[in-house]
Design a protein around this ligand. Structure first.
Ligand SMILES: Nc1ncnc2c1ncn2[C@@H]1O[C@H](COP(=O)(O)OP(=O)(O)O)[C@@H](O)[C@H]1O
Ligand SMILES: [Mg+2]
Length: 238
């Protein structure tokens, strides 16, 4: 894979999913982690923007629309550093499989779509652990938008890229912003060694492909090395 990031020399593994909103990442990583759990592995989850450290600041900054592209990028990097040092790294050291719903590539795509310098944001995340497997869900913009706009009500200010003043129309702004993000992902796919999944396929077919890729990439570690959860605990009987 690429030379960005810190190599993972630990027993545990890191699997990440990337793609634009509505590409099916959460659906697929949830199925993948259930499968790995059913095989008895210790699996943990880490979601983008979920660190308690900057939670309140992020909420306040979003509510008052105070973020600039640079401060927004830095607060996400702080969130990411906190999750890396306090959660992801200790779990990987212990031998767990960490599944991340969005990873540093999300910052590379979104922050650059906001006008942040690509090299600057890559340097910012150089402490990140290199994933063992990184999936990218390739989705035409209209398919992803259809899934998102069909199932939800209001698009949020930053989510729609309203801070960029692309358009006063939220849906139009969202479309343009997501299009830019998509272009960034496409530009990164080869450089970053993404395993590209055609996200227009059925949920089952995508999951079948993902499991095959996981077995090919980390199958040996799954035979020995990766932490197994004791049966009792695994059944939820503590
Ligand atoms: N392969 C698929 N075909 C059709 N709809 C899908 C597919 N995968 C996911 N969806 C639906 O699309 C929506 C977005 O999926 P989700 O997994 O939340 O995407 P993301 O996490 O990438 O935003 C959900 O309503 C989900 O049920
Ligand atoms: Mg999601």
């Amino acid at each position: 894979m690429n030379s960005l990031f810190t190599p993972n020399r630990r027993r545990g593994k890191l699997i990440v999913v990337e793609g634009i909103d509505g590409s099916g990442k959460s659906t697929q990583i949830s199925l993948l982690s259930q499968w790995l759990r059913s095989k008895g592995f210790a699996v943990a989850f880490s979601e983008w923007n979920s660190s308690p450290l900057v939670h309140d600041t992020t909420r306040r900054g979003k509510k008052k629309e105070m973020f600039t592209p640079t401060t927004f990028s830095l607060i996400h990097a702080t969130d990411f550093a906190d999750r890396t040092e306090r959660y992801i790294l200790p779990l990987i050291r212990a031998g767990a499989i960490v599944c991340a719903d969005r990873y540093a590539y999300t910052a590379f795509a979104r922050d650059v779509a906001r006008g942040v310098d690509p090299q600057w944001v890559r340097n910012l995340y150089s402490f990140a652990i290199r994933p063992n497997v990184a999936f990218y869900f390739r989705t035409p913009l209209d398919v992803a938008l259809g899934r998102i706009l069909g199932g939800r009500n209001a698009l949020k200010y930053y989510e729609a890229g309203m801070d960029l003043k692309i358009s006063r129309d939220v849906e139009e702004s969202f479309r343009v912003f997501q299009g830019r993000i998509l272009a960034e992902y496409e530009g990164m796919a080869e450089e970053m060694g993404f395993h590209v999944i055609d996200a227009t396929l059925s949920i089952e077919e995508q999951q079948r492909q993902m499991r095959a890729i996981v077995l090919k990439e980390i199958g040996r570690s799954l035979k020995s090395g990766v932490l197994k959860v004791p049966e009792l605990e695994f059944n939820g009987k503590h």
